[in-house]
Design a protein around this ligand. Structure first.
Ligand code: 13P
Length: 284
């Protein structure tokens, strides 16, 4: 199957009350681990590629790896630009073969965010590519984005509803208290904001910073209208733990396959667990 836009599965997710995971890709092993997990779970999936990951892996390599995963697995897979910072970057990814993009205009004033996001939606929808927009600023560190906790601002529900009405994005990321990276304590999620926005727009809500959020909180958020959840850090933690242990125990180990292979299994297990938790297992 070729890569698909998120509209292949997000409307169904919103209707049936499950969420599809966006799993960020950092190198080849992530593509392999996430695809294997989705095959075993029969789950739709979204590969998330940040601008940092694109610089590291290479734009054409990312597209090629995602296409191979979709063709060989037969699963509905979207390749999604995570936190796209400009119209130019969005267009570059669409031209290279991405099937979905996020335009993150959350740091612009509200009206400017609407204007720029609308421009992205117009261009992307013309070629069948889905779009995620963002309102409010999500705290934490992810690649080029570094938002101090005190600077993270929650989304205003009325503004979020108007943002969707004007832009018609296919997925709506709103800051509701989660953050990129692992949490020191438990995140305080504003379920009331999720509920109010989800009830008033057709698109599902996107929860960024999915790593480290307790299972019960995820279930509640999904029941209220979250239809896409982003996960990156938990996979990185699982991967590096295995590599550290193996290299500590075997100082002479030099073949990367000997430590990257087992760490790939660890990523796969995390992803499978998330797919079950999000309710996307069996939905492909
Ligand atoms: P985590 O790294 O906290 O899982 O967040 C991922 C994310 O939101 C990507 O946009």
């Amino acid at each position: 199957m070729p890569l698909v836009s998120m509209n292949h599965f997000l409307p169904q997710a919103k209707k049936e009350g499950f969420a599809v995971g966006q799993f960020n890709v950092n190198n080849l092993e992530y593509f392999q681990a996430i695809t294997e997990a989705a095959k075993e779970e029969r789950s739709p999936l979204i590969f998330g590629a940040s601008e940092g990951a694109i610089r590291y892996v290479g734009l054409n390599n990312i597209v090629a790896l995602a296409k191979v995963a979709a063709e060989e697995s037969g699963l509905p897979i979207a390749l999604h630009l995570d936190h796209g910072s400009s119209f130019e970057m969005v267009m570059k990814c669409i031209r290279a073969g991405f099937s979905s993009v996020m335009f993150d205009g959350s740091h612009y004033p509200f009206e400017e965010n609407i204007r720029l996001t609308k421009k992205v939606v117009e261009a992307a929808h013309a070629v069948g590519v889905s779009v995620e927009g963002e309102l409010g600023t999500i705290g934490g560190v992810e690649d080029d984005l570094d938002v101090a906790e005190e600077d993270a601002t929650l989304a205003n529900p009325e503004q979020a509803i108007r943002f969707w009405e004007e832009t018609r994005v296919d997925a709506m990321a709103i800051a509701v208290g989660t953050a990129h990276g692992m949490y020191k304590g438990e995140p305080k999620i504003r379920y009331d904001i999720i509920e109010k926005v989800a009830k008033n727009i057709d698109a599902p809500i996107v929860l960024h910073g999915g790593s480290g959020v307790p299972d019960e909180s995820i279930k509640k958020a999904v029941s209220l209208g979250v239809g896409k959840i982003n996960v990156n850090t938990e996979n990185q933690v699982a991967q590096v733990q295995v590599i550290r242990e193996l290299l500590d125990k075997n100082p002479d180990m030099i073949d990367p396959r000997k430590y990257l292979g087992p760490s790939r299994e660890a990523i796969k297990e995390v992803v499978k667990g998330k797919m079950r938790l999000f309710g996307s297992s069996g939905k492909a």
